[in-house]
Design a protein around this ligand. Structure first.
Ligand SMILES: [Zn+2]
Length: 71
């Protein structure tokens, strides 16, 4: 009897009852990308918002020195 129980043992896993429709999964994915806001940091020289680890587009500086000539 004990052996028989082990024989028919299966791992209990959650199985969805119905297939998720294309619209459901698409709308789920469409809502997810909006959650991550773009990375922002402020420039220490001009104080404008810029993307981190990049040259500031407003004053053209990176790590305190002028890298590109802006305006
Ligand atoms: Zn700047």
């Amino acid at each position: 009897m004990q052996v028989r129980l082990i024989e028919c043992w299966r791992p209990i896993v959650a199985v969805p009852k119905k297939k998720k429709s294309k619209m459901k999964s698409r709308s789920h994915r469409a809502a997810a990308w909006k959650l991550n806001a773009p990375a922002r940091s402020t420039c220490p020289r001009c104080g404008n918002a810029k993307t981190p680890h990049t040259v500031c587009p407003h004053c053209g500086t990176y790590k305190g020195r002028v890298v590109i000539d802006v305006g």
